[in-house]
Design a protein around this ligand. Structure first.
Ligand code: SF4
Length: 433
């Protein structure tokens, strides 16, 4: 599913947001923010709308935009951004989805080897402007919203504005804020976020190793481990709910048990720990050879890590892992975690009895899924799966760790400018009153 598409515009001017509506339906905002979805080029609809989105092939007149086939799924309540100069429509919110994300910034102060959204040093203040405009239009029945970037905490006051707007207009909507946690090393920052008193917010913080050298290497930022750990402790101290996120790949899988024991002993206050599969896009694709391992080949380490965390009383989740790649004991921890707009299943999944319970694959992973995909004959299953019945995982491709042969990836040089430009933002935060 695409969220951005080029199309034919018969209007110009600055970019603007609009809520998609069917003709004759009640609208939540003023008409200048209405995009009327119509089967034909009916100019009378412009009396109550800023723009008419024409689904048919009629000749367009002033104020009309062709609905591109890639966005034919648009429906009432969706929010889109029109960019006339680029002839582009971008979908910001889909009322039918539970995977909507507020994307706050492209900038980041880390450059993780597996980053799926490589940072860019661009002026993107308009992103938060758009989000603050859009939040009042989002239905109060929305169950969950993600907040992500880039690194949202770089925005400080603007992030707080978004949290406050969400609390005011969407008090029943869960927020899941993704952050590398490094700026929460400033206790005052954590206190300010806690002071918003959002009723249902979780902060997801990646921790990729139990040692500073490994974590700093994986996020390509010296001192990041200490900063993130201090951030985690500060967030726990002010009572915010925390999710620790570990991405499993060739550089992290061997020490999953040690990582789990470290978290159990030092971060017992976190709400949950999740193990995530690699999304093969962005820097993860750049570093693919160094990071890729078939998930079937780290099941033993993953099971030990999950066992230790569960024994310590922590809540555990496994994200982005197809069910047939997980050992039977791990399947209960799996979630359908992949956002609907980038989620696919393989042709063989059609016959799988677990299809409705399985997360499937990222679109970007479909060309390199695993050598162990096996449809289930029935679900819930005992051990009818070929891989699960074959016993402990065995490396399937003569794997050797980059750590073993000294061929670690050299890092993401393209992110250096971004990191240096974020330092000024960080230094301002050190003086939070
Ligand atoms: S075969 Fe079944 S369990 Fe495996 S990825 Fe496809 S739907 Fe999921």
């Amino acid at each position: 599913m695409k969220l951005v598409a080029k199309t034919e515009f018969c209007l110009d001017g600055d970019p603007f947001l609009a809520v998609v509506e069917q003709p004759g339906q009640p609208f939540r905002g003023p008409s200048e923010h209405r995009a009327c979805l119509a089967p034909a080029a009916d100019s009378t609809l412009l009396r109550d709308a800023r723009v008419v989105l024409v689904a048919g092939f009629d000749r367009l007149s002033a104020g009309m935009v062709r609905l591109p086939p890639d966005l034919a799924y648009l429906r009432s309540g969706d929010v889109v951004r029109f960019h006339p100069a680029r002839s582009e429509i971008r979908v910001l919110f889909r009322s039918s989805s539970s995977h909507n994300v507020l994307f706050l910034t492209e900038r980041c102060n880390s450059r993780c080897l597996m980053c799926s959204q490589p940072p860019r040093d661009v002026r993107d203040d308009y992103l938060v402007d758009d989000i603050l405009r859009m939040i009042p239009w989002i239905p109060k029945s929305t169950t969950e919203l993600g907040i992500t970037g880039g690194e949202p905490t770089l925005l400080y006051g603007r992030l707080l504005q978004v949290l406050q707007a969400a609390k005011q207009h969407l008090p029943s909507t869960s927020l899941h804020l993704l952050s590398n946690g490094r700026l929460f090393r400033y206790l005052r920052y954590a206190e300010r976020v806690a002071a918003v008193q959002h009723p249902d917010m979780m902060i997801g913080i990646p921790l990729y190793a139990e040692t500073a050298s490994d974590h700093d290497y994986l996020v390509q930022a010296a001192g990041a481990f200490d900063q993130t750990m201090l951030g985690l402790l500060n967030l726990g101290r002010v009572g915010l709910r925390i999710e620790v996120r570990m991405v499993v790949h060739r550089e992290t899988y061997r020490r999953l048990p040690q990582f789990a024991r470290f978290v159990a002993r030092n971060l017992p206050f976190v709400a949950q720990v999740v193990f995530m599969g690699l999304e093969l896009i962005g820097y993860a694709r750049t570093n693919l050879d160094a990071l890729w391992i078939d998930p079937a080949d780290y099941q033993a380490e993953l099971e030990r890590a999950v066992d230790d965390l569960v024994a310590a009383g922590l809540t555990v989740g496994i994200l982005n892992h197809p069910l047939c790649l997980l050992r039977p004991a791990l399947r209960a921890y799996a979630h359908q975690s992949i956002s609907d707009w980038k989620n696919v299943y393989l042709p063989g999944c059609v016959a799988c009895a677990a299809r409705d319970a399985c997360c499937g694959f990222f679109t970007s992973n479909a060309t390199r899924p695993s050598g162990h995909i096996r449809p289930f004959a029935d679900w819930p299953a005992s051990c009818d799966n070929v891989y699960a019945a074959s016993g402990p995982a065995q490396p399937s491709h003569g794997y050797r760790s980059a750590r073993d042969n000294g061929s670690r990836p050299s890092g993401n040089r393209q992110g250096e400018d971004v990191v240096s430009s974020c330092r000024s933002a960080e230094s301002r935060l050190s003086a939070i009153p």
